[in-house]
Design a protein around this ligand. Structure first.
Ligand code: ADP
Length: 640
């Protein structure tokens, strides 16, 4: 019988497969196993109404055998098989069932450049066998037919179909593995351990047993005895068929069958994480898109690359067959710490990363899961605050970045997950903060520093606290941006107590304060000039200070916090950036009165020295570097 030609588009894809650019060659086994599993599903279904099938559910299996000398891997199933017509139709036309849209104007070379993206658009399926084989033989017999069929192809040049004898229905796919090349050791696929690992990795949860002959070493008696009459043992290799997949995925089992603790153990094992997850989510959704999901919020940050943990993202399965190991597009980055599995029969087996973003089902699943994750986190925040705070330490940064990402697209969704310190050991959500606000409080106050302790010690906080108002103490450079992105929360604006008008003063008080500044202008100018820092733009009297003598604030868009942030910046230029400073003095404080007295008494040297000390102190309190610490120390000592 002469060679038949593949349909034009199949030939094109075969070219690609054979000269393969597709890096992930090992998925061929998954594809072939998945076809075998489907074929068994079909026969099993027929057997429900047809006694003649003569197979019990427990009789179905997929068998993988290897012949190293002949360099073949055979995947056999006792499923429905194919008739000659079907073999030609199914194996001669690429991706019949896949959603495929071949780009006619694309040459093989062009396609090659496009690599995975193009292959991913087709149902790779059966053809993936050609990534590792130079010849594929399919021996199949359709249930109910007399004769078997032998389909054989060495690749793009076509295939032959002939009748053959086969005793039982089912299919053997015999892959003749390519010779090794410099780039690829194809022979490694002939190793039992390798195949077993591939089954575990990609097809562990296929519903039917995948059986391989596995060789174990066993201690057996030799038949001889030692001088004490004990049997002498020796090690022998025993080869026996073994089911290498676990078949029923944990996420497919009902809550009554599998406890949360078992899920936790499974998480730890599969993610190589010794820490209990902070939350376990078990979801069984039926609706527009059906899916089961078993998700975990890790108890510690396992993305840091040190622990050797699994890749980011959620594993994607379609009916127990792994289709993507690290689906990082299912959830937005703000929830990227989530681990686990999503299994949906509505997904296509051959989904690729590239088309993933546009996949409608996945979008629906992603949205639903995000709602569930958010609800779970809100529950944790409500019911187990210490746990939530640990979660926040581990992953809060993802949520904060999410608030700022994409021009605030997710701000609304995420804002109620934010928590901030309101004292060294307690954190509040914005809702809790606003709910606890006294009636007189008009805004949400915040202060930032490098640590909560430093922020709390800022003199500007005093007055706010003395009114019974809470302050959000920000200790991360992104925090200010988060609040700027939020702009308001429940109609309340955010006020930076370091740089903004707190709005506490009446118009009269403001006027009186301004007059005071005018009155003391000469002295204030003297203080500024004697400090002699070109970045000190203004010295003024403050109404924010209660018991502190002074504080340092900034004017203009570049704040002291930004200055601190840039101090570790990558370029010398960045590290040198300094904010324009304003020194605010508490006119009633003894230190300020001492300067005034020295000045009024004509002791300008003393007034200048005291001014410099006060300025250096304000810098220290604000957590910025003082220019010349030695000069400061000398100055203090000169007063003794
Ligand atoms: P897909 O599985 O996406 O349909 P494939 O290229 O993997 O694409 O397979 C094409 C078709 O060939 C399958 O739909 C099925 O009808 C048939 N087929 C492949 N392998 C087997 C098998 N082991 N037993 C029966 N039919 C098979």
């Amino acid at each position: 019988m002469g060679k038949k030609q593949f349909k034009a588009e199949s030939k094109r894809l075969l070219d690609l497969m054979i000269n393969s650019i597709y890096t992930n060659k090992e998925i061929f086994l998954r594809e072939i196993i998945s076809n075998a599993s489907d074929a068994i599903d079909k026969l099993c279904y027929i057997s429900l109404t047809d006694d003649k099938v003569g197979l019990e559910r427990s009789d179905y299996r997929i068998r993988i055998t290897v012949d190293k000398d002949a360099r073949t891997i055979t995947v056999s199933d006792n499923g429905i098989g194919m008739s000659q017509d079907e073999a030609e139709k199914n194996l001669g036309v690429i991706a019949k069932s896949g959603s495929y849209n071949f780009k006619n104007d694309m040459s093989a070379e062009e396609a090659e450049k496009d690599d995975i993206s193009i292959i991913g658009q087709f149902g790779v399926g059966f053809y993936s066998a050609f990534m590792v084989s130079d010849k594929v033989t399919v021996i199949t017999k359709k249930y109910g037919e007399e004769k078997g069929v032998k389909w054989e192809s060495t690749g793009a040049d076509g295939y032959t179909v002939t009748e053959c004898d086969k005793f039982k229905p089912g299919t053997d796919v015999i892959m003749h593995i390519k010779e090794d090349t410099d780039e690829e050791i194809y022979g490694s696929y002939l190793e039992i351990w390798k195949l077993k690992a591939l089954v575990k990795k990609y097809s562990d949860y296929v519903r039917w047993p995948i059986v391989m002959d596995i060789t174990h070493q066993e201690q057996q008696p030799t038949g001889e005895e030692d001088k004490d009459g004990k049997p002498i043992m020796h090690t022998v290799n025993v080869t026996a068929p073994e089911t290498v997949n676990s078949m029923v995925p944990i996420w497919q089992r009902a809550k009554t069958e599998v406890t949360d603790d078992e899920c936790v153990e499974w998480y730890k094992e599969t993610n190589r994480d010794q820490t209990d997850p902070a939350a376990v989510l078990r979801i069984n959704a039926e609706g527009v898109v059906s899916y089961k999901a078993l998700l975990f919020i890790p108890g510690k940050d396992i993305d840091n690359g040190i622990s050797g943990a699994t890749k980011k993202g959620v594993k994607l399965y379609c009916n127990g067959v792994l289709i993507m190991e690290d689906c990082d597009k299912l959830l937005h980055d703000y929830f990227e710490f989530t681990r686990g599995v999503v299994d949906s029969p509505d997904l296509s087996l051959n989904i690729s990363r590239e088309i993933l973003q546009h996949n409608r089902q996945l979008k629906v699943i992603g949205q639903n899961l995000e709602k569930k994750i958010k609800a779970e986190l809100e529950k944790m925040m409500r019911d187990d605050r210490p746990k939530y705070e640990t979660f926040w330490k581990n992953f809060g940064i993802h949520i904060k970045c999410g608030v700022c990402d994409e021009y605030g697209r997710f701000t609304d969704f995420l804002k109620d997950l934010l928590i901030f310190y309101t004292s060294e050991d307690s954190m509040r959500s914005l809702k809790e903060y606003v709910d606890a606000m006294p009636e007189s409080q008009k805004a949400i106050y915040y202060a930032s520093a490098d640590t909560v302790k430093h922020a709390m010690a800022l003199p500007q906080c005093e007055e706010v606290r003395s009114r019974g108002y809470e302050i959000l103490y920000l200790d991360h450079p992104i925090d200010e941006t988060v609040l700027q992105q939020l702009r308001m929360y429940e109609g309340k604006g955010f006020v930076n107590i370091l740089t903004e008008d707190l709005g506490f003063q009446t118009d009269e008080e403001k006027k009186a304060a301004e007059e005071k500044v005018v009155e003391n202008k000469e002295l204030l100018d003297f203080i500024r000039d004697s400090i002699g820092d070109e970045k000190l733009k203004q010295v003024t009297l403050s109404s924010k200070l209660v018991s502190s003598a002074c504080c340092l604030t900034s004017t203009g868009g570049f704040t002291l916090e930004m200055e601190k942030y840039f101090r570790n910046g990558p370029s010398e230029e960045m590290r040198k950036l300094r904010a324009d400073r304003v020194l605010e003095l508490n006119g009633k404080h003894a230190a300020c009165l001492a300067i005034k007295k020295a000045y009024d008494d004509g002791d300008k040297d003393k007034a200048a020295a005291l001014s410099k000390i006060l300025y250096a102190q304000s810098e220290l309190i604000a957590g910025v570097e003082i220019e010349d610490p030695t000069a400061y120390a000398d100055l203090v000592c000169s007063l003794f």
